[in-house]
Write a protein that binds this ligand. Structure first.
Ligand code: GLC
Length: 746
């Protein structure tokens, strides 16, 4: 005889099952056994036009929104945004409770949750973690920031910065993952995978060729289709292949004369037709310049209204409705827009795993950030093995607010640190400021790590005093900083008198180490005189501890440069950036004649020797790589690899890099003599070796033919080279490839 309890449980589960079945029949999109695109189509089929348009319009800044005319933004929408937009966050799109469709709460960005007044955990900059050459690092980072985002009420992450560092002075290079398409594809792809594994939608941004910040909302980038397909778009294609982002954010700039958010070639032809993208294109905030043209050119969500000099009547539910009624936008396009927005909400588990505010384990999250930094910092120089600091009794630490914290970048990716800004009040205080220092002091961390040493800090404002302290210390460590922020490009020279400070300190004490906290590449006129240089980029919430761990040898540095460091401005592809440091809003154009020859490729074409090469990074141990191994059964079946051995006395991690060069790169139609085609990080104990093989993405062996929308490989001999940097490739083997061609359509 079943107990009453069991029977009632059984009855309850039957009832629940029956109601689920009933719901699945009445609302088939709730059936989790169905594929996401079917669920999206079923939900849209049940929607009114207003509900569809409610998905298409995205809002921000309720205080500004309420001032909009009621016929542009209805009172009901104003009330909803005012009630439900998370204050200080990027954006909000109302849900459809009638259909069980959740609201979309949007937060920035790739480095962590950025909400004014909300203290959250910052990863190292994306350029920093790219230097780890380990997608597991960026994936772990994506998981961490996504758990913080969901615990803060967000289900859409405006992350996945993947613009190539075409322009080393680009003020947002710190938000991106360097100059190479494969590295960017794997590192940014790792971040997006981490984020989306937590039932969030991530963007991939900024689509596309948004490669300078000067005049970012008006600059017209001109580049040939093959060149962009083999560079900027190849990077995004690799991110897309590896992470399937739910959304793509089109950028502010024009591309070949058309605004990116109404660029049919980018959004319809490449992204949706060639690549088969099933998610949605959202605009950058204020990057919309039309209603019908944008919608028909592939824009799916008009986001961030009324931010950033909005265009008023250009886009709103009213204008879209009018364009539907006058036939400028087919109803089928509106349905497609709504379905594309819903697809990732189902596919990434947002609908089935509703976001809910909850506690955050900041200690655990800070540890994730510190581990990421420790895997990323790049030891650029270490003459005489000055590092690690063992047995040193007195250390002068100079400049860079090292007694307080470590620098972070500004703009929409700027995270307010737990514990607050360690150095408040620095200029610029307003957008894209404030200038934030993470409260993680290298001085305090080094003191904790080396209690036996006498460690003195001085600001470096008075160069004479700093040099005097250096002179009386065994070792001097100078911290130099270069602040970068959204909307601004930077000269490569360090600001202020930092170069003079370094020169004076190393003159006073030859045992000088320079720690660089920069957004990207910088010029180092003192590099020849300074025995040790550690590139920390923006090292994140626990950057001070990470720097100390590496300086003391607790952690063996294993970062490698994701971006070339020029020896001088003369090595840059463009002497000037159009509109550089001019007031915003000037219509400028830039033609990228270098094409796909970005970074090390440019240096190879020009025969330049950079100060530090792409892929460069030292260790406290030594590694030896074997001859490369390569097999080729046609361009679509090329595998490369080899092995590396730790030939030193301490454990460390090597980064094996494989580059391929056609025997005649011009005849093969390549943009440059060599391309990175594979890389692998390997943690090795002394004496330990590790093999690796990797399949080469055939697009990395090809050129793009726009007349046939296909990839083409020129038959012939190709040299496969294995090493530990783009300028350290000791051995090579040859493979022979046949002529080949295949469609660019996925
Ligand atoms: C900004 C940025 C973009 C960000 C968005 C929302 O202008 O370009 O990266 O996600 O607006 O803050």
């Amino acid at each position: 005889m079943k107990s009453l309890h069991t029977t009632s449980l059984f009855a309850a589960s039957l009832l629940a099952c029956a109601s689920t079945v009933a719901l699945a029949q009445s609302q088939p999109w709730t059936d989790t056994s169905k594929p996401a695109d079917q669920r999206a189509a079923a939900a849209v089929a049940a929607m009114t036009l207003d509900e569809k348009l409610g998905l298409v319009m995205g809002y921000t800044d309720p205080e500004q929104l309420v001032k909009e005319p009621d016929d542009i933004v209805s009172p009901a929408i104003k009330a909803d945004v005012k009630a439900n937009h998370i204050k200080g966050s990027a954006g909000y799109i109302a849900g459809i409770p009638r259909l069980g469709i959740p609201a979309q709460w949007q937060t920035d960005a790739s480095i962590g949750v950025r909400v004014t007044g909300m203290e959250r955990t910052a990863l190292p900059s994306s350029l920093a973690t790219a230097a780890s050459f380990d997608p597991k690092v960026t994936e772990a980072g994506g998981i961490m920031i996504a758990t913080e985002a969901r615990a803060s009420g967000f289900n859409v992450f405006l992350a996945g910065g993947g613009n190539l560092a075409r322009e080393p002075r680009n003020g947002r290079n710190f938000e991106y993952t360097g100059e190479d398409p494969l590295l960017t594809g794997r590192m940014t792809g790792g971040l997006i995978n981490g984020i989306q594994s937590q039932h969030m939608v991530s963007t991939m941004k900024h689509w596309a060729v948004n490669d300078q910040e000067s005049q970012r909302t008006t600059v017209d980038a001109t580049i040939s289709k093959p060149a962009m397909r083999q560079s900027d778009l190849l990077a995004f294609e690799m991110i897309y292949d590896l992470s399937n982002p739910g959304s793509v954010m089109c950028s502010y700039n024009l591309l070949n004369g058309d605004w990116a958010c109404e660029n049919d070639y980018l959004n319809n032809r490449v992204l949706k037709q060639d690549w088969g993208f099933k998610g949605y294109v959202m605009s950058d905030w204020g990057a919309v310049h039309s209603s019908a043209k944008a919608a028909n050119a592939g824009l799916d969500q008009f986001t961030g209204y009324p931010c950033c000099g909005h265009h008023g009547a250009f886009f709103s539910a009213k204008t879209l409705k009018a364009d539907i009624e006058n036939g400028a936008i087919p109803m089928s396009r509106i349905d497609d827009m709504a379905e594309r927005i819903l697809w990732p909400l189902f596919a990434k588990g947002v609908v089935d795993n509703p976001v809910k505010v909850g506690p955050i384990d900041f200690e655990a999250d800070a540890n994730v950030s510190q581990k990421a930094a420790e895997a990323s910092l790049v030891l650029l120089k270490n003459a005489g093995n000055l590092l690690p600091l063992t047995g040193v009794k007195s250390i002068a630490m100079i400049g860079g607010h090292a007694d307080k914290g470590v620098m972070a970048g500004g703009g929409s990716s700027g995270v307010t640190p737990v514990g607050g800004n360690a150095v408040p009040g620095l200029e610029p205080k307003t957008w894209p400021g404030p200038v934030v220092f993470m409260p993680s002091s290298p001085v305090e961390a080094l003191k904790a790590a080396k209690p036996e040493a006498t460690i003195s800090y001085i600001s470096g404002d008075n160069i004479k005093k700093a040099a005097a302290l250096a002179k009386t210390s065994e070792v001097a460590i100078v911290f130099v900083t270069q602040w970068m922020g959204e909307g601004i490009d930077n000269p490569l020279e360090l600001p202020g008198n930092q170069d003079a400070l370094v020169a004076a300190v190393v003159k006073a004490n030859p045992k000088t180490i320079v720690v660089v906290e920069s957004g990207g590449a910088i010029l180092m006129p003192w590099a020849g005189k300074v025995p040790a240089i550690l590139e920390a980029f923006y090292p994140g919430a626990r950057g001070g501890q990470a720097i100390a761990s590496i300086l003391t040898g607790k952690v063996n540095p294993s970062g490698h440069l994701p971006i070339s460091f020029p020896a001088s401005n003369a090595q840059l592809a463009h002497a000037e950036i159009p509109g550089f440091h001019k007031p915003d809003g000037i219509r400028v154009g830039i033609t990228y004649d270098e094409g796909a020859a970005i970074g090390y490729k440019w240096y190879d074409v020009k025969g330049y020797k950079p100060l530090f090469a792409f892929g460069h990074g030292l260790s406290y141990t030594t590694f030896a790589t074997s001859a490369p191994v390569a097999t080729a059964d046609g361009p679509n079946d090329v595998s490369v690899g080899g092995s590396v051995t730790n030939t030193g006395s301490v454990a460390g991690a090597a980064v094996m890099q494989v580059y391929i060069s056609p025997d005649n790169w011009q005849a093969a139609g390549w943009e440059a003599p060599k391309r990175l085609v594979a890389f692998q990080k390997a943690e090795l104990a002394p004496g330990q070796g590790q093999n690796f093989t990797a399949k080469v993405d055939p697009k990395l062996l090809a050129t793009y033919d726009e007349t046939t929308d296909s990839w083409v490989v020129k038959g012939g001999i190709y040299h496969v080279r294995l090493g530990q940097a783009s300028d350290d490739l000791p051995q090579s083997v040859d493979i022979t490839l046949p002529d080949s061609r295949w469609s660019a359509v996925h």
